[in-house]
Design a protein around this ligand. Structure first.
Ligand code: SF4
Length: 289
């Protein structure tokens, strides 16, 4: 397989065939994100992508899923994307699901019909970074979309039949807007009603604008207990029809896995026990991205 630069994928795609169709991220401006620093966004040539699909057809027969790397594969023009998905369908018939990252911009560029065509050809799950539902924080972190756009694009993906997994970031609003961030994120998640929510805890990446703000004192990194309080408010304010709310990424202090609404009260009680000091949090040295 041909890989260039940094390859990242969601934790749930750990066993997937990682097919790199783009390099970098077409936005590459979020202030907390150092994943593709200095990387010029580009779509990989069709010959290389088709070569990799042929390689996977010969050598990856045990992997049932494909993940389209990098930052937002959905930005690929429709004809090319359909060609890639058709090749996966025809040459890897044992693959049951294809996944990709998406953002508000790439979702906006596709019509509902185009999204449905992509869905029909096997792209089954989209991973979208919301980070926060707070408009002030979305602007501060330069996410490129406000909460109304996030809701509209999340609903658009859901209406086209995609499974939708949304990532939010505990601590991203600093101390001054911590609780507003938590409440507003619950509001936006409820409006989108995704299948999965993954709450990560912010870790500052040297070289990013947010890290520079932290060093200058313009941004305050909140304490583990404040992140937990955020998580509590967020879960309390999130109504999903049957979504799974995870906060068990390696960067989190307290692993949570809750089916909402069923597990809401039990999860809030667990967080309350942790806040009261009755549940041990993961020590700092065990956290990782
Ligand atoms: S859209 Fe995602 S990958 Fe791109 S810069 Fe923002 S956080 Fe990073």
């Amino acid at each position: 397989m041909h890989y260039e630069g940094t390859i990242i994928r969601p934790p749930s795609e750990a066993n997937s065939i990682l097919l790199q169709v783009t390099v970098g991220c077409s936005r590459n401006k979020c202030t907390f994100c150092g994943t593709y620093a200095g990387e010029r966004f580009r779509i990989k040539p069709d010959e290389i992508i088709m070569d990799d699909i042929a390689f996977a057809a010969a050598c990856c027969r045990r992997q049932r899923r494909v993940f389209l790397c990098d930052g937002d594969a959905l930005i690929i023009p429709q004809t090319r994307l359909l060609r890639i998905l058709t090749a996966i369908r025809d040459q890897l018939p044992w693959v049951t699901r294809v996944g990709a990252y998406a953002n508000a911009k790439s979702l906006k560029l596709k019509s509902p019909e185009e999204l449905r065509d992509i869905r029909r050809l096997g792209l089954g799950i989209l991973y979208m970074g919301l980070e926060t539902g707070d408009d002030v924080t979305l602007k501060r972190i330069n996410k490129g979309a406000d909460s109304a756009a996030m809701i509209a694009m999340g609903r658009k993906a859901r209406d086209a039949g995609f499974k939708l997994s949304i990532t939010v970031l505990l601590g991203i609003a600093g101390r001054d807007r911590s609780q507003v961030h938590a409440r507003e994120t619950g509001r936006v998640l409820s409006a989108i009603d995704p299948d999965y929510v993954g709450a990560l805890s912010l870790m500052l990446i040297p070289g990013t604008p947010l890290h520079a703000d932290w060093r200058s004192g313009a941004f305050t990194l909140i304490e583990p207990s404040e992140m937990l309080a955020e998580l509590r408010t967020m879960i309390a304010g999130t109504s999903l029809s049957q979504g799974l709310f995870h906060a068990n990424h390696a960067s989190n202090y307290l692993p949570i896995r809750a089916r909402l609404p069923r597990d809401k009260e039990g999860t809030l009680a667990l967080i309350d026990r942790a806040l009261a000091g009755d549940v041990t949090l993961k020590p700092e040295f065990m956290r990782a991205l």
